[in-house]
Design a protein around this ligand. Sequence first.
Ligand code: CP
Ligand code: NVA
Length: 329
Amino acid sequence: MSFNLKGRSFLTLKDYTPQEIKYLLDLSAELKKAKYIGTEAKNLQGKSIALIFEKPSTRTRCAFVVACSDQGAHAEYLGKGDIQLGKKESVEDTAKVLGRMFDGIEFRGFKHSTVEILAQHSGVPVWNGLTDLYHPTQVLADFLTIKERKGYLKGISFAYVGDGRNNVANSLMIGAAKMGIDFRIVSPKELFPTEELVAYCRSEAAVSGASVTVTDDVKLGVSGCDVLYTDVWVSMGEEEFFDERIRLLKDYQVNMDMIRATGKEECMFLHCLPAFHDTKTTVGLEIFEKYGLKEMEVSDEVFRSKHSAVFDEAENRVHTIKAIMVATL
Ligand code: CP
Ligand code: NVA
């Protein structure tokens, strides 16, 4: 290893070089293998980790807890309503207190500035478990899953279809630009990423050999793609926008027609999850009753098809989050 990530926070992939991202992916694969064959070392023995969640989570929370347990660390869950964070105590003061007690802090919540303040004042590594702007730990799991199934990452053609300006889309675009991916955002113009972020990603792409395309043309956007990716049309905290998003995104559903439009038989489907691919959820059922839609961002057929690697991807959250903690603690 020619560089050292000890003591570093992980707030956005903007802060990490392509070499550092590659190192984290390689370490994730090593830790996954060690867990499978039973040779995992407890690198985090005696460490205590705070997990702050302002928004709900299945994968991210469980991945941190299991990664801590595998590595010998203690994880303490601090949910919404458990701590004062910004309510009766400033984020800065909370950061200073948690930094005296814990060796690392995970934060999932609304404002990206909250995770920045935690990192600025805690004196320990802080990891972003999703904010309104970014979801960087997700992208490591996505890239590991592509490497496992396709054997390579650089040069892969990848389309993110749907809400092109959400946290997952933003982080995928940054990661793809750094890792030499032919990356496309396919979404209606109203949901394009900010020009500022696209410009940043294009400057990274110029160095890595990646390309960054932003288009509202589905056929053009998905043509030749090895990977199709989507996420929910309405992210946590934006529930008032269901009407508008359904109107804007109904023609951007990932279904078998879209898979065929890639022209790639082995096209792979990814989704960070949770997904609306049927009516087996209360929200999914409400949407069906109100709009007559049985599935939203992805059809049930694609979700359950051989193209789909979504549960490998979900499992890989553990191995990649573990790698981030092992590398930075
Ligand atoms: N993909 C993801 O972050 O899932 P959770 O919201 O369940 O953590
Ligand atoms: N964009 C989604 C991701 C969930 C993992 C959200 O923020 O709700």
